[in-house]
Design a protein around this ligand. Sequence first.
Ligand code: AHM
Ligand code: MG
Length: 336
Amino acid sequence: MKQKNISLTRYLVEQQRVDGLIPGQLRLLLEVVARACKRIALAVNKGELGEVMGSAGTENIQGEVQKKLDIIANETLIEANEWGGHLAAMASEEMEGIYLVPNRYPLGEYLLMFDPLDGSSNIDVNVSIGTIFSVLKKPEGHPGVTEDDFMQPGNQQVAAGYCIYGPQTTLVLTVGDGVAMFTLDREQGSFVLTRENVRIPEDTKEFAINMSNMRHWDEPVKRYIDECLQGKEGPRGKDFNMRWIASMVSDVHRILCRGGVFMYPWDKREPNKPGKLRLMYEANPMGWLVEQAGGAATNGRQRILDIQPTQLHERVSVILGSKNEVERVTSYHSGT
Ligand code: AHM
Ligand code: MG
């Protein structure tokens, strides 16, 4: 499907000019995020050769130990984005509160949220990791920015995507017009369009879940996986395959490329939390990408994109991927 060397810049200019889909400020924002991802890719690739591996000896707001690369990626995204005049504020998995654009820079219309380095347990073992981002418009009608401005459901996103740092560095993007993938051409130093109109097959024989948590799951999830495991002899009448990379970016990327269902459900280990993954900068952007590619994303009871957030670091149960499988797991939750 490779087209004639269309760079990310050209793709965005055409989205702005021809299709009128994105305003100039949003185009700049996406270019700046992509530039930051290129820098993060360089740091990731250095590995042991750079001062980037291992723990930073600090904890983030979620009580997770931060890796050096978590902090480097967070700082890279902030430094790249704060001066351009396209943003009002940012929020990140690695920062407790929102980050206001410093007074010395003009204030823009957008709010940017990110998980700067998702799958960080994979950094030190040289397995694919990524940056996830979500963009909202700052509500109008009042000056300044507060955390409340971020409390918008995922269906209000104006852009979302991720960059995967794997065998290739690939930026995956939606602005509400399908999903496009751009591979980093290191010689050219730019992201080049390599796939457009990505579609997730509606059916699949592949599931992704951390099976070691099986004893903690709720009945509907147990039932679904149990039926998959019975294979040809069971009610599904087909054999299933399992993959779990423990890096949501990589698992979702595989699903966008060849289908599958990904689950990180609520479980009994922390019964008061709805799940492990974060709504605003993990589930919402991934949920929108998956929907834009013809898949589905729910928390078992509700479409992820319709959840009204109440906290920046809110957690959520996640079931996403091939439409028919997501609908099946969701129906098991409602007992149908
Ligand atoms: P992180 O954002 O701190 O890296 O955590 C999120 C990651 C996801 O990428 C992945 O799906 C999940 O945590 C893996 O969790 P587990 O180690 O419990 O399997
Ligand atoms: Mg993450």
